[in-house]
Design a protein around this ligand. Structure first.
Ligand code: AMP
Length: 387
C-alpha cells in the first residue's frame, strides 16, 4: 500500500519512519528539491499548482495525507477527485485561515481570545478601539513560527504597524489580518488527538509548550500539575472539531491556560511539533497513530510512558555524543542544511518521574543552557517540574 504525502519536511520524514514497520510505502510531493524526505522515499518535485505533476503523483496511491498545512486547497481538491485525501480539504481550509479557525471554535463553544478582522491599515484603529491594548496583529494566512505578527503594546506600536500594512480594500475576497486581544496566559498547552476512518478516537495527555521568538523551543509531557478538568475540556474541544469536520487523522489544538481555563489559539490538521515526544514517550507515536487512522487500522494506546521533555534544535545542532551521554536522551536529526531559525532536529529526554526529568534536563550540555532554550527558566520556576 503506497500513501502519498503532501509536503516533504521533517513531519513527513517521521511519518514515513513510523509507517515502514506497518508495511506502508510512501511517495512525497514537495516543491523543494532539498526536502528532507529525499533521503528515504520517492518524491515528485513540482509546484502544487502543476496538475500534470499532481496527476502523476496520485497514480496508484491508496490515499493522500499531508504534513504541511499551507498546501493550496485547490491542489487537495484536485487530488480528492482521484484518490481519498485525509484529513479532508474542508479541515485544511478552516485551519489555513485564523479567522475561520477561531470562528469555528466559537461556533463549537470552544472559548478563544477576543478578535477582530482587519482589512488593512485604515481599519486598524477601529479594531484597536474594540479590542484594546495590548493586542497582537497577525496575518490570517501563511503565518508560522511567529512570522507575520505585530505585538501592539502602545499607540506608537499601532502607528508603526499601520505604516507596514497595505491600505484596507473595500471588499477583499479574504480578510488579510486579525487583531487578537493579548492573553496574559499562565502557560501554553496543546492537545494531540486522533480520529480514525472507523470513528475511533484517542487523545494524548496535554503538553506544556514554551515558545521564544514565536518558535516552539521546549515541550513537557504530560503537562506538569495538570487539573484533570483542563484535560477534559481540551478533549471535548478536539471531539467537537472531529464531529463537525468528520475528521480523520491527527489533530493538534494549541491553547492558552488562563485563570484555570483554556482559550483555543489555533489548530493544525496534521501531526504536530508538540507531539514529537510521543516517539519515545508514549506507547504509540502520533506519527504511527496518524497512519493507523487514515488507513483504517485500530488506533494504538496514547498512554505516556513516564515523563518526557522535547527540545527543538533551531539553527544549529549540538554534539551528538554529548546529548546521548545523558541517560534516556534521544536525538533526531532531519538532514536539513543549517539556517538561522530553522528546525533541524529535536532531542527527547525521558524519565520515570518529573524530579528525574528535571535532574536529567539539568545534565544536558551547555548548548541547551542558552536563554533561548528556556531550560534554566523552567528549572528555576516556582511551579516547575521540581515543585
Ligand atoms: P501563533 O502563531 O498564533 O501560534 O503565535 C505564536 C506564539 O505567540 C504563541 O505560541 C504565543 O506564545 C504568542 N501569542 C500568539 N497569540 C497570542 C495572544 N493572543 N496572546 C498572547 N500571546 C500570543
Amino acid at each position: 500500500m503506497t500513501i502519498g504525502i503532501l509536503g516533504g519536511g521533517q513531519l513527513g520524514y517521521m511519518l514515513a519512519l513510523a509507517g515502514y514497520p506497518l508495511g506502508l510505502h510512501f511517495r512525497f510531493f514537495d516543491p523543494s528539491p532539498e526536502a528532507p524526505v529525499g533521503r528515504i522515499a520517492s518524491r515528485v518535485t513540482a509546484d502544487f499548482s502543476d496538475e500534470a505533476a499532481l496527476e502523476k503523483f496520485a497514480s496508484g496511491l491508496e490515499l493522500v495525507t499531508y504534513e504541511f498545512e499551507n498546501v493550496p486547497v485547490e491542489a487537495v481538491r484536485y487530488l480528492a477527485e482521484r484518490v481519498p485525501v485525509l484529513p479532508s480539504a474542508k479541515a485544511l481550509e478552516v485551519a489555513q485561515d485564523r479567522i475561520s479557525e477561531k470562528t469555528l471554535f466559537q461556533e463549537l463553544g470552544i472559548p478563544t481570545t477576543e478578535f477582530e478582522p482587519v482589512t488593512g491599515a485604515d481599519a486598524l484603529d477601529s479594531a484597536v478601539k474594540k479590542i484594546g491594548l495590548p493586542a497582537i496583529l497577525k496575518t490570517c494566512r501563511m503565518g508560522y513560527d511567529g512570522k507575520g505578527q505585530w505585538h501592539l503594546r502602545t499607540p506608537d506600536d499601532v502607528a508603526r504597524a499601520k505604516s507596514e500594512l497595505p491600505a484596507a480594500q473595500a471588499s477583499p475576497n479574504r480578510i488579510p489580518y486579525i487583531l487578537e486581544k493579548f492573553v496574559p496566559f499562565t502557560r501554553e498547552l496543546s492537545v494531540i488527538a486522533v480520529r480514525s476512518r472507523t470513528g475511533e478516537t484517542a487523545v494524548y495527555p496535554l503538553v506544556e509548550n514554551h515558545h521564544r521568538g514565536g518558535i516552539l523551543r521546549l515541550s513537557i509531557a504530560p503537562a506538569p500539575h495538570l487539573d484533570p478538568a483542563i484535560q477534559r475540556s481540551a478533549e471535548q474541544a478536539a471531539r467537537a472539531v472531529f464531529d463537525e469536520l468528520e475528521y480523520v487523522g491527527v489533530l493538534a489544538i494549541e491553547f492558552f491556560e488562563q485563570n484555570g481555563r483554556l482559550l483555543a489559539n489555533e489548530m493544525a490538521p496534521r501531526v504536530h511539533n508538540s507531539g514529537h515526544w510521543t516517539i519515545e514517550g508514549a506507547l504509540t507515536s502520533q506519527f504511527e497513530n496518524h497512519l493507523r487512522s487514515v488507513v483504517g487500522l485500530p488506533l494504538g494506546s496514547t498512554l505516556a510512558i513516564g515523563c518526557s521533555a522535547m527540545l527543538n534544535l533551531i539553527g544549529e545542532t549540538p554534539d551528538a555524543a554529548e546529548v546521548l551521554a545523558v541517560r534516556d536522551a534521544h536525538l533526531h536529526l532531519y538532514g536539513k542544511a543549517p539556517r538561522a531559525g530553522r528546525k533541524l532536529g529535536h532531542v527527547t529526554l525521558r524519565a520515570s518521574s518529573s524530579e528525574q526529568l528535571a535532574s536529567r534536563l539539568s545534565e544536558l550540555s551547555s548548548f541547551f543552557h542558552r536563554p533561548e532554550y528556556c531550560l534554566d527558566a523552567i528549572l528555576s520556576r516556582p511551579a516547575s517540574l521540581r515543585a
